[in-house]
Design a protein around this ligand. Structure first.
Ligand SMILES: Cc1cc2nc3c(=O)[nH]c(=O)nc-3n(C[C@H](O)[C@H](O)[C@H](O)COP(=O)(O)OP(=O)(O)OC[C@H]3O[C@@H](n4cnc5c(N)ncnc54)[C@H](O)[C@@H]3O)c2cc1C
Length: 325
């Protein structure tokens, strides 16, 4: 028996794949229907399309707004427009609900697993079952659902020294405008001019990959619980679904729990190697050590990371723009 605790992006996807695959599984999530968990809802459509196909859904039905370009700004006023390929917002709540299909689940926390059972911790930031992790770096975030926005189109603004960012992501009928940073003052400061708010949401986001702390006994983590979030863009929806896909394949392939866990972590590390490099880059930026040689190597990981999110990062264009400002 496999208990999946948490039915957000990663848990719902894993649960559906397990049920479709004929596994004996049960899902648990105490969240009330329609509960709005803060998230910008931005994904790369091309990646979502593939993942959705595996659960018989058409990703096109969930698109809210599509980007042709994305504006990046710095606090000093430098701006650059980068072409988008696949970058869009989706109705995340609706797709998660549809991923669950008609499968029954329980609106409560999961019971403690017995020795013969596996519990999958898909509880996101809380890591409710795996517990606290060493070196867990989290950023404070606040997000508004609004009708209007001060910037046009899809927009990011980075704070100095990698200490956070502000975003505007258009939806079908409104915007997600948010900010993430080290302190709540930093976050509130970035959002102080926004007053037309329909909803205000707040939670932390995990920036540190925790792949070496992805399991404990018969509890295995997936998604943001193990840090499948980009340390430089905050992208976590598709990576969390991809981690669920990896876990599903390992569960299907390996009967022995120890082998399953080892293979799972190895595959996760391979797939998300760039997050470990980008996390070091972030830590170096925060400590003012951006000139370190390792950071140069992380540039190609940054390019790969933006590309995965659906944004074409043109390094030369960025360097030229920086030289101008
Ligand atoms: C403000 C903000 C904006 C973001 N914007 C984006 C974005 O635009 N694009 C993007 O790709 N990523 C974004 N992210 C990151 C992304 O939302 C997450 O990384 C992703 O949703 C993680 O998926 P998950 O399934 O691991 O966890 P979640 O989606 O957080 O799901 C966890 C689930 O576990 C449930 N749960 C909690 N505790 C328990 C328990 N004890 N028992 C059972 N269930 C429990 C919760 O109710 C929830 O449903 C953003 C994050 C934040 C905070």
């Amino acid at each position: 028996m496999i208990h999946v605790a948490g039915l957000g992006a990663s848990g719902s996807y894993l649960f559906r794949r397990l049920k479709d695959g004929g596994f004996n599984a049960m899902g648990y999530d105490p969240k009330k229907p329609g509960f709005y968990i803060p998230c910008g809802y931005a994904v790369n459509f091309e990646k979502l399309k593939e993942l959705a196909r595996a659960v018989n859904l058409d990703a096109g039905e969930y698109i809210e707004a599509t980007a042709d370009t994305v504006t990046f700004a710095s606090d000093s006023g430098a701006r650059i427009e980068l072409p988008a390929r696949g970058f869009c917002t989706i109705d995340k709540n609706r797709i998660e609900k549809d991923i669950m299909g008609d499968y029954k689940f329980e609106r409560r926390m999961a019971p403690a697993p017995t020795d013969e059972q596996i519990l999958v911790d898909a509880t996101g930031i809380s890591r409710h079952y795996l517990g606290n992790a060493r070196g867990d770096l989290q950023m404070r975030t606040k997000e508004y659902l609004t009708e209007t926005a001060p910037e046009r189109g899809f927009h990011f603004r980075y704070f100095p020294s990698g200490r956070g960012y502000y975003w505007v992501f258009p939806l079908k009928n409104g915007y997600h405008i948010g900010a993430g940073g080290d302190t709540i003052d930093m976050v509130s400061g970035a959002l102080k001019s926004i007053n037309d708010t329909k909803k205000v949401m707040s939670r932390n986001i995990r920036l540190s990959p925790l792949f070496d702390q992805a399991y404990s006994g018969n509890i295995i983590g997936v998604g943001e619980a193990i840090g499948t979030v980009s340390p430089i863009t905050g992208e976590g929806i598709i990576p969390s679904m991809e981690s669920a896909d990896i876990l599903f394949n390992c569960i299907s392939r390996y009967d022995d729990l120890e082998t399953l866990k080892e293979r799972y972590v190895a595959e996760i590390k391979k797939k998300f190697r760039r997050y470990e490099k980008l996390f070091s880059l972030l830590v170096n930026a925060r400590q003012g050590r951006l000139k370190k040689f390792g950071n140069l190597l992380a540039i190609s990981s940054a390019k790969e990371d933006f590309q995965n999110f659906g944004i074409q990062l043109e390094i030369l264009k960025v360097l030229k723009q920086l030289a101008k400002n």
